[in-house]
Design a binder for this molecule. Structure first.
Ligand SMILES: Cc1ncc(COP(=O)(O)O)c(C=O)c1O
Length: 344
């Protein structure tokens, strides 16, 4: 029986077609700027995001951390959401690599607003850390794949301009926001000084992310990547997978979203399970079992025994993520297992 792995969209393995693209990739030494496949990928990503340039990097974490390093100096402060990836899952690297502190705000479903941000922007006074950067995440992982409203992004940008700050987007899953809303990638990206995107989440590539922005920003990012040991040589074999992913796997994200919504709809109907159906628009479902009376770890174990893997996200919350290795029949089975386990 197939194990249905809903722990993360990062678990996918390259398909035969992607492997063929990898095998046939033209390569060169990218530290010399001579890898044609990486150059092609960087151009393509820059164009999609409407930016002057983009840089291929090994991971989403490195992309975000390069952005933070480029925009700040030690002693600065970065405003972000309390559930953001940079605050929770990047190993404290803003402090380690850039000497900055994060100022996390309690967003609602991952969304922080200009009304929250404005009062915490620091005065230009030597007592204070200096607010330099605002970081948003779209879609928002810990909040359940939620989508940042464009209007809110626009208003935050006005603040950023007024206070002469910078703005970075963790767009690891910006592709999902684009497919769910129909808003072009460049329309989102235009409000940000830097944007990171990942090829190894819903798009199904084994490795890789990119950071995009102005030529000046990307030149700086190139040097930081080198300092972090992220300069790779014939990495066109990785970029080929990423290119394949960008060219073939964006539109199909709509299927992942529909499948996630089936999971969310079922769980929503279970008494004691809380889930925001309205905000569940992409491939991540977060369900809170606080009033159900069984802890998340126990439930994950029970589901695992039935061949459905998921991830406990707190003592009471479980995350389910759909991706390109999950099909409609798998969801039928998941709902069947749910039917056995979640009794009203
Ligand atoms: C929103 C978000 N940003 C950044 C990352 C980091 O990506 P990586 O695991 O490639 O470092 C992740 C990883 O899941 C993520 O979900």
């Amino acid at each position: 029986m197939k194990t249905i792995d809903l722990r993360s969209d990062t678990i996918t393995k390259p398909t035969p077609a992607m492997r063929a693209a990898i095998a046939n990739a033209e390569v060169g030494d990218d530290v010399f700027g001579e890898d044609p496949t990486i150059n092609k990928l960087q151009k393509k990503v820059a164009a999609l995001l409407g930016k002057e340039a983009a840089l291929f990097v090994p991971s989403g974490t490195m992309a975000n951390q390069i952005a933070i390093k480029c925009h700040t100096i030690p002693g600065d402060e970065v405003i972000c959401d309390v559930n953001s990836h940079i605050f929770n899952y990047e190993g404290g690297s803003p402090a380690f690599l850039s000497g900055v502190q994060l100022h996390p705000l309690p967003g609602v479903y991952g969304i922080i607003t200009p009304q929250q941000i404005k009062p915490v922007i620091r005065p230009k006074d030597s007592h204070y850390p200096q607010t330099r950067l605002i970081e948003l995440e779209n879609t928002h992982n810990r909040a359940g794949g939620t989508i940042y409203p464009l209007e809110v992004i626009k208003e935050i940008r006005q603040l950023v301009d007024f206070y002469d700050l910078k703005m970075h987007l963790d767009g690891a899953r910006l592709w999902n926001a684009h497919i769910a809303t129909g808003i072009p990638l460049h329309e989102y990206a235009q409000y940000f000084d830097s944007v990171s995107v990942c090829f190894s989440k819903g798009l199904g590539a084994p490795v890789g992310s990119a950071i995009a922005g102005s030529m000046e920003l990307v030149n700086k990012a190139h040097r930081v990547r080198k300092m972090l040991g992220g300069g790779m040589r014939q990495a066109g074999i990785l970029a080929a997978a990423a290119l394949y992913a960008v060219e073939n796997n964006i539109q199909r994200l709509a299927d992942d979203h529909a499948r996630a919504f089936r999971i969310a709809t079922f769980l929503h109907s279970v008494q004691g399970v809380s889930i925001n159906l309205e905000e569940t628009r992409t491939n991540i479902v977060i369900a809170d079992f606080k009033d159900y009376g069984v802890d998340a770890k126990t439930l994950c174990k029970k589901l695992g025994e039935q061949g459905v893997l998921c991830m406990d996200f707190s003592a009471t919350k479980i995350r389910f993520v759909t991706h390109l290795e999950i099909n409609d029949a798998d969801i039928d089975r998941v709902l069947e297992v749910f039917g056995k386990i979640f009794k009203n």
